[in-house]
Ligand binder design. Sequence first.
Ligand code: ADP
Ligand code: MG
Length: 400
Amino acid sequence: MDKKTVRDVDVTGKRVFVRADLNVPLDDGRITDDTRIRASLPTIVYLLERGASVVLASHLGRPKGKVNDALRLKPVADRLSQLLGRPVRMTGDALGPGVQVAVDKLRPGDLLMLENLRFHAEEEANGEEFSKSLAGLADVYVDDAFGSAHRAHASTEGITHFLPSVAGLLMEREVDALSRLLERPPKPFHAIIGGAKVTGKLEVLEALLSRCQAILVGGGMANTFLAAKGHALGKSLVETDQIDNAQRIMSEARRKRVRFMVPTDVVIAPQIHYRAQTQVVGIDAVPKEMMVVDIGPHTITAYTDHLAKAKTVFWNGPMGVFEVKQFAEGTNAIARFLADQTAKGGITVVGGGDSVAAVEQLGVADRMTHVSTGGGASLEFLEGKTLPGIAALDDCQAAA
Ligand code: ADP
Ligand code: MG
C-alpha cells in the first residue's frame, strides 16, 4: 500500500495512539465474537515489543455522544487482557485530566485503553478541539481501524492533522487484500452477493459489474431480482421500490457480458422460526403464504459449479436467514466450498458483517485468503471510494 505503516516509523520510547476497531457484538455485556479484538493484536504487540507506550482507543456501539454504561469498553479490555496475558488498564473517559495523568505515567511497553470514544459527540462530528486533545496524548498516530476507515471521525481523520500518521498491520493487511481485487485480480473473477436487501448493495453491485465475469446473487436481495424477472414470491422479503434498479443491474450485466445468476430453487418456510417446517421448491412455486429463507440445493450446485471456474472470488452477504440453523444450508455450503477453493489455489475474499460471522461460526475463516474485519468499509473500498481514514495517513514518499 502507498501509505506509511508502523514499520516506517521509529516507535521506541514514543507514545503511540492506536485507533483500533474493537466494536465487537455484545449480548448482555458478554462478547459474542472477539474476531476484531484478535485481529488488533499484531499491531499492539508489535508496538509494545519495540518499547512504545500505547494509548489504545476505539468506539463501541452507538452511544450517540452520551455516556452509556452498557457500552463501556471494560469487557473488551478484559478480553484483550486475557489474549495478551497481562492486565489492560482503562481510563474512565476518553478525555480529561484523569486521562492526561494516566498517560503521563506510561513507561515503554505500557498499554492504556481509553473509554469509548463515542461517549463524546465530537468524535463522530470530527471536532477539531477533540481531535487535537486526542493527538495531545501521543507522539505518533497509528490507524488500525479498517472497519471505521469509511468514516471521517476525530479518531480516524481529525487526529491525523496533528500527528505523524501511519497504518497499523491490520489496516495494511486489509488494504493489500482488497486492493488485489481492484488491481488486476486473476481471472475469472466472480462475486457472490447475498444479504437482506438490494438497498446498500447497489453501488457494490455496479462496481463489480465492471470488474467481474460473473455475479451470483442469493439471500433476501435475490428475491428482488427474482421479482424483477416476474416471479411471485409469497410473503418473502421483496423491495418493490428496488425492482427498477434490479432490472437495470441485470440489463447492464447483459450489456457488459457479465454472467448474472439468480436462484432457480429456494427453501421456503411459513415464518422465520427455528421450528418452522421447511420445503424446497422451484422459484415458480412459492405459495402465497410462504417465504423464501435460503437458496435451494440445485442453486447451491449451480453456484459452486460456476464458482469452481473462478480464480478469484469475492463473497458478501449470507445466502439465507443463516441465524436460524435450518435456513443456513446455502450459506454454509458456500462457505465450505470457498474454503476448499482456497486450498486448491483460488483467491477467496469474504467481506461483510454477517457473512464474516457465518464463516467464523463455521470455523472456516482461516481457510479463506482474506476475511475482512470491515463490513461497510470493505464494500466502500471495493466500490472504489476513497476511505477518509486511509486517505488521511502519511504517504510513503514525501511529496516532491
Ligand atoms: P453482510 O453483513 O454480510 O453484508 P447483510 O447485512 O446484507 O450481510 O445481510 C445479512 C442479513 O440478511 C442476515 O441477517 C440474514 O438473516 C438476512 N437474510 C438473508 N437471506 C434472507 C432472506 N431470504 N429473507 C430475509 N432475510 C434474509
Ligand atoms: Mg450486515
